[in-house]
Design a protein around this ligand. Structure first.
Ligand code: NAP
Ligand code: ZN
Ligand code: ZN
Length: 379
């Protein structure tokens, strides 16, 4: 798909009204679990002293956006504008902002606030904030009048400077957008396991997260084994850098991987049996589960872990400092996402294709296809 004509004017519904005026942003979001995505207008707050106002250029479509807007993780506040893979340029800054200037290329990922005081926050692990991080959409924004945060399928956003990332100019802005979630979510566990040149990394599921895991693990010098349910993705996986591709529904091929892998990054968005993957791990290997399926996973049998002291763990996105480290690493190694740019009118079709596994490998919304609101909220 290529970007189409601008969408019709947004509905009159204005969400997240603020008392201080602010600026209207054209957006797309869900009004209920089964509404699909429809045009909306978001009222962004007037930038406060530490705020950065960003004109959004591109926003990646994460499978989490599908889960959240469709209510697959439980009841959500509606209307809900998804999007946490945001790249744009600085439009205005508050008086307390000196690190960002108008025109700078910046990004926003999954976190727009946290308590800033707990042990996790002090250690740059805001995603594990003991009081709960404030997600980029669908979260209660405690520091800003308790409004519900609204994400990046929009023309602008206002975010505290502490949660704004610098996007290196050498990266293509559209291809950099998915780094803000898919990139950091796979970079963080690879770093946590201390992946080194020569290690063998398994990647389960070749979607948005999975293809980034392949690229990042290769850039770290690892040998990469891709596990996929899609025979059609075999040659594409090799093109991405995979050294070996295993069809996960082929029991014999799975058994042949016995004790060959150091760490597995599992990105599958649906319930699946992990036993064959534990069997592929070496002594002291680890499986990081990143996917959050809407339905329960099959139970894990302790014996499958015990035989080789395997760790079964999970990992949530990454902290702000680590996200900046990942962006700089990607610029240094020429790593970015393989994308398909879509217009606002193509978002619902893109969701359907994502659920069907028909994407190489990340859809990215071109926000210039959203209709710019004609007026300022405080005009
Ligand atoms: P995606 O682009 O849709 O990729 C998921 C991949 O999983 C598919 O391409 C497919 O790969 C594989 N898969 C196998 N069976 C599937 C099935 N029945 N339904 C769907 N996928 C299936 O999704 P994504 O954006 O990478 O996100 C993956 C998961 O990670 C989601 O659950 C998302 O919510 C979660 N997530 C977690 C975090 C975190 O912090 N932990 C952050 C972001 C996203 P093959 O065709 O190769 O089998
Ligand atoms: Zn995401
Ligand atoms: Zn905290």
């Amino acid at each position: 798909m290529t970007p189409g004509r601008p969408v019709p004017p947004p509905l009159a519904q204005i969400i997240s009204p603020t008392s201080d005026g602010g600026r209207l942003a054209a957006a797309y979001g869900a009004t209920s679990a089964d509404s699909g995505l429809v045009p909306l207008t978001v009222n962004r707050r007037e930038p406060q002293v530490d705020d950065v106002e960003i004109d959004i250029q591109f926003c990646g479509l994460c499978h989490s956006d599908v889960h959240a807007t469709r209510g697959e993780w439980g009841e959500r506040p509606y209307p809900l504008v998804p999007g946490h893979e945001i790249v744009g340029t600085v439009r205005r800054t508050g008086a307390g902002v000196s690190d960002f200037a108008v025109g700078d290329r910046v990004g926003v990922g999954c976190i727009v606030d946290s308590c800033r005081e707990c042990e996790s926050c002090r250690n740059g692990l805001e995603q594990y904030c003991e009081r709960g991080m404030t997600g980029t959409y669908g979260a209660r924004d405690r520091r800003n009048g308790d409004v519900t945060t609204q994400g990046g399928y929009a023309t602008s956003v206002v975010v505290d400077k502490r949660y704004v990332l610098r996007v290196p100019e050498s990266l293509d802005p559209a291809a950099a957008a998915p780094l803000l979630c898919a990139g950091i979510t796979t970079f963080s566990p690879l770093r946590h396991f201390d992946v080194e040149p020569g290690d063998v990394v398994g990647v389960v599921g070749l979607g948005g997260l999975g293809h980034m895991a392949v690229k990042l693990a290769k850039a770290m010098g690892a040998r990469v084994v891709v596990f996929t349910t899609s025979a059609a993705k075999e040659s594409a996986a090799v093109e991405l850098g995979a050294d070996l591709v295993v069809l996960s529904r082929d029991a014999e091929a799975m058994a042949a991987q016995d004790r060959s892998i150091d760490v597995i990054i599992d990105t599958v968005a649906a319930p699946h049996d992990l036993t064959p993957y534990f069997g592929a791990l070496r002594l002291d290997g680890a499986l990081y589960q990143l996917g959050l399926p809407a339905e329960p996973m099959p139970p894990v049998e302790p014996r499958a872990l015990l035989r080789r002291r395997v760790s079964y763990t999970a990992s949530a996105i990454g902290g702000i400092a680590e996200t900046q480290e990942m962006l700089d690493f990607c610029a240094e190694h020429g790593v970015a996402s393989d994308i398909e740019v879509v217009a606002a009118t193509q978002l619902n079709e893109a969701y359907q294709r994502m659920v069907a596994g028909d994407v190489k490998y990340r859809f990215v919304l071109d926000t210039s296809t959203l209709q710019a609101p004609a007026e300022e909220a405080n005009a």
